[in-house]
Design a protein around this ligand. Sequence first.
Ligand code: NAD
Ligand code: UDP
Length: 319
Amino acid sequence: MRILITGAAGFLGSNLCDRLIAEDHEVIGMDNFITGSPDNLAHLAGNENFSFIRHDVSNFIFVPGKIDAVMHFASPASPNPNSPFGYLNLPIQTLKAGALGTHNSLGVARAQNTRFILASTSEIYGDPLEHPQTEDYWGHVNPIGPRSVYDEAKRFAEALTMAYHRFHDVDTRVVRIFNTYGPRMHLDDGRVVPNFLQQALQNQPLTVYGDGSQTRSFCYVDDLIEGIYRLLLSDEHQPVNIGNPVETTILEFAETINAITGNTAGIVYKEDARGEGDPQQRQPDITRAKEILGWEPKISVEEGLKRTIPYFKAKMGLA
Ligand code: NAD
Ligand code: UDP
């Protein structure tokens, strides 16, 4: 296939490029570098199966030549209020990437009669009142809270995707991605894995926000990409959760990272640092992915962190 990936210079987009090229597909990457980096694609320079278009997907998208699939991954993705790369500091751009960017990406898929996949998120469930979250849960989202710029953009993006499927018969898919980590994460985006790993590798205490009782379920990037690839090849039009169902409190997660890195500096609690709307619990129910895609994650959090640490060391100049 010849595949357009928006958000190709980001963490997930660049890992997706590598996987698709390894499967002998041709990839056209598109990105405006608002939160991603050309460094993530530098190794693909000169690869005959890769080309790149610098473009803001909120504007009309033109792709030269025939394509077979559109994968819409462009969007800021970090909730951290202190990061310049977080969506709270890019609120309008985030709404536009989810709304206008999805509209333009779907327009390409419709015009070219291609398959389409939307990178949606567990955030569409908001601060969930049902646990774990199945795809049938409609969510608990504040439509005007700070996180709404991301949550509602993605909810609109899902609605638009289903409308293009139902009304224009576009061959769409929706992946609801849960917390994912691995090489090529942005070091400064303020998400918990980059923060904790950088602190641990510098023998500093890990900053646990609140009391650390909130939970997340962390998926290693290779597992996630495998699930997304299987969904791309499937005929499933309903949303599918892809994530690792192993749930941990943030406090336990900090202790795991300190143990793996040998960090003796411990933990410091930042009671007031949890942002408004920071979900208390999050865990994917992956029954649908197991049944439809035959997919489940294979890489434990300990193994995934061990595979991630060399990337952080290199970026921090510690390698
Ligand atoms: P990222 O910030 O590393 O990548 C996003 C990429 O999109 C960046 O390269 C950025 O420059 C690009 N981009 C943003 N707006 C753009 C625009 N208007 N035009 C062109 N390019 C634009 O984030 P990520 O973690 O790789 O997330 C990728 C996708 O996966 C996002 O849609 C995100 O919502 C979704 N997602 C990620 C996670 C996760 O845990 N990483 C979880 C749920 C959903
Ligand atoms: N968090 C933390 N310390 C940090 C960064 C984040 O305790 O240095 C917490 C944050 O409050 C949240 C969880 O870790 O409860 C996951 O945050 P992240 O920003 O990675 O993404 P989210 O899952 O909230 O989208």
